[in-house]
Design a protein around this ligand. Structure first.
Ligand SMILES: [Zn+2]
Ligand SMILES: [Zn+2]
Length: 196
């Protein structure tokens, strides 16, 4: 199966799961009124296309190479998420240095799970390139591990934009954008605070 459809499938499953979790927790998924809603939907479609096209390009370029060897799933998923988030935190930090051109649109969006993946195409490309950063280190994962790790990253992306803040790091980042907390999942900041 093409990775385009695999990625699209996991994005849709993550969206539907989050939508129903938000319904159960009575968290609004979208704001009731937004005059820029059409523009945001267009950007969301562009971002989903970037998200789904990139894995096949990376596989064609031999950047993504799936292993077929048995692996310890929790360890490899943790390794994937942590190595992704370490790179993402650095890229996100640099985006705040070129804020107007790369990242302003995301911070201008009000904080709702349905807007988690609304940002400019440049921002989208930065995030999606980071999504595959574990492969740049020569790490190998089975396709199943990659799929689950991607699902968890996308899932925490949605939940990180909810006011209930299950991982509240990104919520705090949106409240005070230039004060830090640049990771995607909040896990690196939690590890650093535990080490202090
Ligand atoms: Zn955000
Ligand atoms: Zn930011």
């Amino acid at each position: 199966m093409s990775l385009f459809f695999k990625t699209f499938q996991l994005f849709i499953i993550a969206t539907i799961t989050n939508f129903f979790i938000c319904k159960i927790l009575k968290i609004p998924f979208f704001p009731s009124i937004d005059k820029d809603f059409t523009q945001k939907r267009i950007n969301l479609i562009i971002n989903i296309l970037i998200m789904c096209i990139l894995p096949d390009i990376f596989r064609y370029m031999n950047i993504i190479r799936f292993s077929t060897l048995p692996e310890h799933l929790p360890t490899k998923i943790s390794l994937y998420i942590l190595s992704f988030d370490a790179i993402y935190a650095l890229v996100h930090f640099s985006q705040h240095k070129w804020f107007e051109w790369t990242h302003k649109e995301h911070h201008d969006s009000t904080l709702y799970p349905g807007y988690a993946f609304v940002y400019s195409p440049i921002d989208s490309l930065c995030l999606q390139i980071c999504m595959y950063s574990p492969f740049y280190f020569g790490l190998h994962f089975t396709q199943y591990t990659w799929y689950l790790a991607m699902f968890l990253i996308i899932f925490s992306g949605f939940m990180g934009h909810s006011h209930r803040g299950w991982v509240d790091t990104h919520l705090k980042h949106h409240q005070r954008p230039h004060e830090g907390r640049y990771s995607f999942t909040g896990i690196p900041e939690h590890i650093l605070s535990m080490l202090k």
